[in-house]
Write a protein that binds this ligand. Structure first.
Ligand code: ATP
Length: 414
């Protein structure tokens, strides 16, 4: 049990400049008679004794209006979204921004649809949230500073390490909450509470109605966690991954790939580890379903092609043969492939290509070949390739031998 008041706990979770800032915003709200709250993630983090990293504020009534008043008095620039009634305030000389929204209530026209939003009171605003631990607010304005609004007993769930939805339709209304449940559970070392776990299977089919962009975003949020494989494993256990594609799984091998690398991870590397075992058909399905970025999809395909050719690559008979095998592939795909393929010789060969072979430079170029009597045309490229092969394989070395070999090759053409 904590003996400190919420006001004190909030104060101690803030740095001095942030304290000053919140105080400033709160006193403007108080003067205008506008109840102002810190809501969601930052309240949860504050009660967990973690530093507050983002400032989500909500106010009853018009948020843009209040944000303008705050910007006027504290300085800073405003970005407003009239359609959502939200504002983001950037303060001079600070990397921190403040998000300000109106308290609102939501209804879902159909499962997995984006919600219809209406103005509401703070309790309604809490009711639309995902989990009890994220459905708390701390009031900031005036004498109310430090009052905790906790209609769903989120504080108790924080103490017991529980992830609990607010109502039985929660996952059906918004199946992306399945991803969020896994993410928070694993980030905090919590457990999804039993009744909430029972709500997962009936929501799985609704996942099919969630857009690719929203699903991809949830994966990418997981990739940013310290140990993404843990949340991904939960999604596997809950059959969420399977619902997206039968081949999308997390097993010991995939976990080991994540574990063998130090965080933070590149999102692309995470896709490679997660999808590295997929068949070409499944890969195509997943990249389409999750609407992966075009560049990511292309590079992933290349990684898979490298994986499928690994024996060939591992057995390359010469440096020049290896060069020709790998020449077509992009940098990022080659680098990622060294983490995705098992054949050690293939990995070593890709590494050798990246570090050594593709750095090999000829002392002769097209202009020099022309000066040696070769007419312009396709032969120029062919001869340069032959020269480079010879240099790679060590049959020719040094500018003089290159020149002699070039002359021999040109003589064969003429
Ligand atoms: P993080 O530490 O990962 O940023 P957060 O709780 O701040 O966690 P956000 O995604 O920034 O997460 O969301 C802010 C708040 O909005 C959440 O705390 C939660 O109350 C609410 N929220 C976000 N996504 C949903 C959702 N899909 N359904 C219901 N409420 C949500």
């Amino acid at each position: 049990m904590h003996t400190m008041s919420y006001a004190d706990r909030l104060q101690s979770a803030l740095t001095e400049p942030d304290r000053h800032l919140l105080r400033g915003a709160a006193s403007i709200a108080a003067r205008l008679n506008r109840p102002l709250y810190l809501v969601g993630g930052p309240v949860r983090d504050c009660l967990l004794g973690r530093p507050i990293v983002d400032f989500d504020l909500t106010v009853e009534g018009d948020a843009i209006d209040l944000a303008r008043s705050i910007a006027r008095e504290l300085g800073g620039t405003l970005k407003t979204h009239e359609r959502f009634g939200t504002a983001r305030l950037a303060l001079p000389g600070r990397s921190r921004t403040i998000d300000l929204a109106m308290t609102r209530t939501e209804t879902y026209a159909r499962p997995a649809a984006l919600p219809d939003v209406l103005a509401g009171a703070i309790q309604d605003d809490m009711a639309r949230r995902d989990f009890t631990i994220n459905a708390m607010a701390i009031r900031l304005d005036g004498d109310y500073f430090g009052e905790l609004i906790d209609p769903y007993h989120g504080e108790a769930d924080l103490q017991h390490g529980m992830i609990r939805v607010l109502h039985a339709r929660s996952f059906i209304d918004d199946p992306t909450r399945l991803f969020r449940a896994a993410r928070f559970e694993q980030r905090f070392g919590f457990a999804v509470e039993a009744a909430t776990l029972n709500l997962i299977p009936p929501a799985l089919p609704v996942l099919d109605q969630v857009s690719g962009d929203r699903l991809r975003h949830e994966f990418e949020l997981i990739f940013r966690e310290d140990r993404p494989e843990r949340a991904l494993t939960r999604l596997h256990d809950w059959r969420v991954l399977r619902q997206i594609d039968h081949e999308l799984i997390v097993d010991d091998q995939i976990r080991a790939k994540f574990q063998s690398r130090p965080a933070p991870f590149e999102p692309f590397a995470c896709w490679v580890w997660l999808l590295g075992h997929c068949s070409p058909v499944a890969l195509m399905h997943v990249t389409q379903r999750l609407n992966l970025l075009r560049d990511d999809a292309i590079d992933l395909e290349q990684v898979m092609a490298l994986r499928d050719q690994q024996t060939l690559i591992g057995n390359a008979p010469s440096a020049s043969a290896l060069y020709h095998q790998l020449d077509y592939f992009g940098d990022r795909a080659l680098q990622a492939a060294t983490a995705a393929i098992d054949d050690e010789r293939a990995r070593a060969n890709i590494d050798r290509y990246l570090r050594e072979l593709r750095e090999v430079k000829l002392s002769i170029d097209g202009t020099r070949l022309k000066a040696l009597g070769l007419p312009e045309g396709p032969e120029v490229g062919r001869i340069l390739t032959k020269l480079r092969d010879a240099v790679l394989d060590g049959t020719v070395s040094g500018p003089q031998q290159e020149e002699e070999y070039a002359q021999t090759l040109i003589a064969q053409v003429n």
